[in-house]
Design a protein around this ligand. Structure first.
Ligand SMILES: NC(=O)c1ccc[n+]([C@@H]2O[C@H](COP(=O)([O-])OP(=O)(O)OC[C@H]3O[C@@H](n4cnc5c(N)ncnc54)[C@H](OP(=O)(O)O)[C@@H]3O)[C@@H](O)[C@H]2O)c1
Length: 313
């Protein structure tokens, strides 16, 4: 008999990879308020009674609480909805999991740090700057202080989901290139660590199967910056002779991206390393695989990707 996992908020970037990685070895029930796949059903996890009813009816062995609002600007402008979605719904998940005596998984973020240091390990003290980060950190704290058994994984700059689901940096750049833009303006004052959703889901699976409960930083290996990621992407696409990546400071985007962001949100997977559980790959390898696996068809359609042979580094 397969063990059962209830995955809440599974319709986004990370949910796509979790479904893919867990569906064969587990019986999964995936829900979201945006039912954009046939393997999803509707659940708004802000509604405690509905959440509890739906999870209890499925009788899972684990509860994964993946969903959140991840648009920092939306969060700055919609505080009640943000805390309801990113924080009190996490309290819902903990009540439900504790009541069923099952472990809960929560996804936290590298964005909870203030950037006063260049790198953060699992034990550094968070100091969130904006409301997205604060709402996520309050969720993290609630899980740490109240869940009977939990895994919390802190992700960095997410890469996943492909053209339809990726709401973040890589997709924004690829869409600009697909629309014919040959000069990318990219900030030169933001450091962080990309996180490939597929690697992340695999690493969570490993922790779960070993029952290594607790809090873990979980990002791709290697240190980098927004600027370097953009340069690497252009190189992977074979466009380095046609496209320029121009450095700008964050103030260039101050009207569009007005939410506070730390200058560094680089994480180190110290605990994963100490426990010999770090299967996250280098971000450049992960980025190459992400582009090849998720964007080849889209880019071919747009006529900008030479569809080079897939290179295993
Ligand atoms: N994206 C990143 O760079 C990043 C970095 C670090 C950590 N994380 C964390 O990783 C987790 C997964 O994020 P993601 O990148 O996969 O984001 P995503 O693509 O936006 O997916 C999140 C999903 O949750 C759904 N959701 C939001 N409110 C909900 C509710 N009340 N009930 C049910 N579903 C709801 C969203 O639906 P709608 O689209 O309708 O809102 C969306 O389908 C989040 O906890 C996030 O904070 C993300």
């Amino acid at each position: 008999m397969k063990k059962k996992i209830y995955i809440a908020g599974a319709g986004g970037m990370l949910g796509e990879a979790f479904y893919r990685i867990f569906k064969d070895d587990y019986e999964v029930k995936c829900t979201d308020k945006d039912v954009n796949e046939k393997w999803l059903s509707f659940l708004d996890f802000r509604n405690f009674d509905a959440y509890k009813r739906d999870v209890e009816a499925f009788k899972p062995d684990y509860l994964f609480h993946l969903g959140a609002y991840t648009d920092l600007e939306y969060c700055e402008l919609n505080l009640d909805d943000t805390y309801l979605t990113n924080t009190t719904s996490v309290e819902n998940a903990v009540f439900i999991a504790n009541n069923l005596n099952i472990p809960v998984l929560y996804i936290s973020t590298a964005g909870i740090f203030d950037g006063a240091k260049d790198f953060y390990d699992d034990w550094d003290e968070p100091n969130p700057l904006g409301h997205y980060a604060r709402s996520k950190y309050m969720g993290e704290r609630y899980v740490r202080e109240n869940a009977t058994r939990y895994i919390i994984c802190r992700a960095g700059w997410m890469m996943g989901g492909g053209p339809e689901k990726d709401k973040k940096f890589i997709n924004k750049l690829i869409k600009q290139l697909a629309n014919g833009n040959r000069n990318l303006n990219v900030v030169n004052d933001k450091d962080g660590t990309p996180t490939f959703t597929v690697d992340f889901a695999k690493n969570v699976k490993l922790l779960l199967e070993r029952e290594y409960w607790g809090l873990y930083n979980m990002v791709c290996n290697g240190e980098t910056s927004r600027y370097e990621v953009a340069e690497e992407l252009v190189k992977i696409l074979g466009l380095d002779n046609e496209v320029t990546v121009s450095e700008v400071s964050s103030s260039y985007f101050k009207d569009t991206y007005f939410a506070p962001r730390p200058p560094s949100e680089r994480l180190i997977n110290k605990k994963l390393e100490l426990r010999n559980m770090n299967i996250m790959r280098d971000w450049k390898i992960a980025l190459r695989e992400y582009v090849n696996d998720y964007y080849a068809d889209y880019l071919k359609e747009k006529n900008i990707y030479p569809v080079k042979e897939y290179i295993t580094l």
